[in-house]
Design a protein. Structure first.
Length: 717
């Protein structure tokens, strides 16, 4: 809107510049000469004069023409005339005179506009000083010299006075009309000449400047505003005049009261009839409130965007959290299912081991009875011996089955890790196959550690099996032991491992390696890189737990294609001195006590009773807990020992033994079972006067355990 207003105003001002008004309303040839001596405006009569003869003749004597230069070109042969014109013009410009005239005669024989030959006539050039609203310069008029002259040579006609009064009145009328137009504009408005001097301003401008509108005419921005603002305004004006285009600016503004604001300014070049830029017109509007509103809107928009981004991030986080929760729930369900499967397998293994150990106990017992009681030929004795040996190997299988089911008791003891590694070597080679080279490098010195040998055999077997899977095309497995002292100053101290003396077990392979991005997860339960169905994800987690339980630390180093190396650090201890064995085994004392045997397996109950009876014991047998209680209540004599199976129908052995002990507190108890899980805890933590005998057992193991529990504590070894 502001631009459209300025365009209309610019078109109007092209025709109504105040200087142009002056010269247009003079009936004689007239022109305005600036302080530099150049023509800035002229009327139509001046143009007609330039096309005729005389001092001012010549088509080039128009806008921007050099007045003195043109006159010189016309009358080079009349230096006195030229000097008079020059002196009169400079005297008026310098303020030494308000008005001067020069009379000259035309050259006879010059050709007029109509082609006729001109006669010699006298003319008057009058130079009148112009200032104030008309700008600084000279008003030059040209007219024939009239004969009515007084004695002083001055013109007595009133024509000049009439012309000037008429021109001034018309100028004032034009200025009033322009000011009325400017005052009707609700924005700040002004007109300037090419030098930046104000020609007219409206009431809004005067209010902003804090002065009267009339006093602003003829002043510049440097007279009103600060030097910084004035320089900027002037630079914008010059850009508009140089480009001859309408331009829009946002400029700072400080009024006379010191209030700062931002104004939007549209500036338009003003052109005269000849297309020459003679000034600028401008409109300005205070946009501070609009900018403040836009800033509030921008901030609100930014706050809204931030709120939307925050909410979007919250929603994304919620979605990701829900996704992670769903993945975690799925993982936990899978782990629970896997755990339930393993628990089911463990229960099945425990049950199988219990029944199988009963059978193995029967086989071993009858085998030993046969070897000791029956006269057999050599080959028959060899057969029975092999049978007993096979049963003993079968008992080792059940021990491994129970270890898998985690029903095997933890029995830490001090061992030489070198011996464990060497003894396991024979198991590893068949497991790994002929395409994998196994290198065992035991330490040259003893490596005493306190661990459960069975568990650490499982660790070696598990690490070897993983190495085998990582070397499908064959490779090399190195198992090495060493001793070392770790301290903070040694430069290597694994995390969570206190300084001290340690034994290191290193297991390295030349397999495919483990990617670094999953290296930190391999000890997590249920984490596996194997295909579904080929691994439980518990192997390394179990190894980690066993090592930590032994007070040690396990690390892993691996690079894809470079193999994997596991290192286990165990606290080094002192080897226990072996207890000196007597050269001759003291004879076992003969039995004479009464033993209550509770066993639901008939064959096992029968052979156990037979072995005890042969040793001199009085044996009372029962196939269940309730029957044993009735038998105890009915027996009038003492019962020195209760030998009971743990897992039995109707009532387990622990409950039956407890009820019998209520009536016979002096009785001793030996529990028998194929696995320790039936005891609900560790067998080494049984009450005093109570012992545990694991199945399968031999005749000698049974008799030794019975004698140990019945003999006084002082006699126990």
């Amino acid at each position: 809107m502001l631009g459209r207003e300025m365009e209309g105003s610019a078109r109007s001002q092209t025709q109504t510049h105040p200087i142009q008004v002056v010269v247009d309303h003079l009936r004689v040839p007239a022109a305005l000469i600036d302080e530099g001596g150049r023509v800035r405006a002229h009327n139509r009569a001046w143009g007609d004069l330039c096309s005729s003869g005389g001092l001012l003749a010549g088509a080039s004597f128009g806008i921007d023409a050099d007045f003195i230069g043109h006159c010189t070109a016309r009358r080079r042969e009349e230096p006195r005339l030229l000097a008079s014109v020059r002196d009169a013009m400079h005297a008026v410009l310098d303020g030494r005179a308000e008005e001067l005239s020069v009379v000259y005669a035309s050259i006879p024989g010059e050709i007029g506009r109509d082609g006729s030959v001109l006669q010699a006539d006298a003319f008057v050039l009058r130079f009148t000083r112009v200032a104030g609203e008309l700008g600084a310069g000279l008003l030059v008029t040209h007219r024939p010299k009239l004969p009515d002259l007084n004695a002083d040579g001055h013109e007595t006609s009133t024509q000049r006075t009439i012309d000037l009064e008429l021109a001034n009145e018309r100028l004032r009328e034009e200025q009033r009309r322009q000011r009325g137009i400017l005052d009707s504009i609700p924005d700040i408005a002004w007109l300037k000449d090419e030098r930046g001097r104000f020609l007219a301003v409206n009431r809004k401008f005067a209010e902003a400047a804090g002065v009267d509108p009339e006093s602003l005419v003829g002043s510049t921005d440097f007279d009103i505003w600060s030097e910084e603002l004035a320089a900027r305004y002037r630079a914008d004006d010059q850009r508009v005049m140089a480009t001859r285009t309408i331009q829009r600016f946002e400029e700072p503004f400080v009024d006379r009261a010191g209030r700062r604001s931002i104004i939007e300014t549209v500036k338009v070049p003003i052109l005269n009839d000849d297309g020459v830029v003679i000034g600028t017109a401008g409109l300005a509007r205070d946009i501070s409130e609009r900018r403040a509103s836009e800033e509030v809107l921008r901030r609100s928009h930014a706050d809204l965007e931030a709120l939307v981004a925050q909410r979007t991030e919250e929603l994304r986080s919620d979605i990701e959290a829900r996704k992670r929760a769903e993945e975690e729930r799925t993982r936990l369900e899978q782990e629970l299912l896997q755990s339930q499967k393993l628990e089911g397998v463990g229960r099945l293994a425990g049950g199988i081991a219990h029944d199988f150990n009963n059978l193995l106990t029967i086989i071993l017992a009858y085998g030993h009875q046969t070897l000791t009681k029956v006269e057999l030929p050599t080959q028959g004795r060899a057969y029975v011996t092999e049978m007993v040996t096979a049963a003993q190997r079968a008992s080792e299988l059940t021990r491994q089955l129970l270890a898998f089911a985690r029903k095997q008791p933890i029995e830490p003891r001090v061992i030489d890790l070198n011996e464990l590694v060497l003894s396991t070597d024979g198991l590893l080679r068949p497991l790994l196959g002929s395409d994998i080279e196994v290198v065992t490098l035991p330490c040259s010195e003893t490596c005493p550690v306190k661990v459960d040998p069975g568990q650490f055999e499982r660790i070696l077997l598990n690490l070897a099996a993983n190495a085998r899977d990582a070397m499908p095309g064959g490779g090399k497995l190195v198992i090495a032991t060493s001793t070392l002292d770790l301290s903070e100053s040694s430069g290597f101290l694994p995390a969570d491992l206190p300084p001290g003396a340690y034994v290191r077990l290193a297991v390295s392979d030349t397999g495919t390696g483990i990617p670094r991005e999953i290296l930190g997860d391999i000890f997590d339960p249920f984490f596996t890189t194997k295909a579904v169905g080929n691994g439980t994800g518990l192997g390394l987690a179990t190894c980690y737990g066993i090592v930590k339980q032994a007070g040690g630390h396990i690390t892993v180093e691996s690079d894809p294609g470079e193999g994997t190396s596991f290192e286990i650090y165990l606290p080094r201890t002192e080897m226990e001195r072996p207890r000196p064995r007597p050269t001759t085994q003291p004879p076992r004392s003969a039995g004479h006590e009464t033993i209550l045997l509770i066993e639901d397996e008939p064959l096992l109950r029968s052979i156990t009773s037979e072995v005890l009876d042969e040793e001199g014991y009085r044996v009372l047998t029962a196939e269940s807990g309730p029957e044993a209680i009735r038998l105890s209540e009915a027996h009038e004599g003492p019962i020195h020992l209760v030998l009971t199976d743990v897992v039995m129908p109707h009532m387990n052995g622990k409950v039956a033994a407890a009820k019998i002990l209520e009536a016979r507190p002096d009785a001793r108890v030996i529990f028998m079972s194929g696995y320790t899980g039936a005891m609900g805890g560790q067998p080494e933590k049984l009450d005093e006067g109570t012992s545990f005998l694991g199945k399968p057992f031999t005749r000698e193991a049974l008799l030794d355990r019975v004698r140990q529990i019945l003999d006084p504590p002082a006699l126990l070894l």
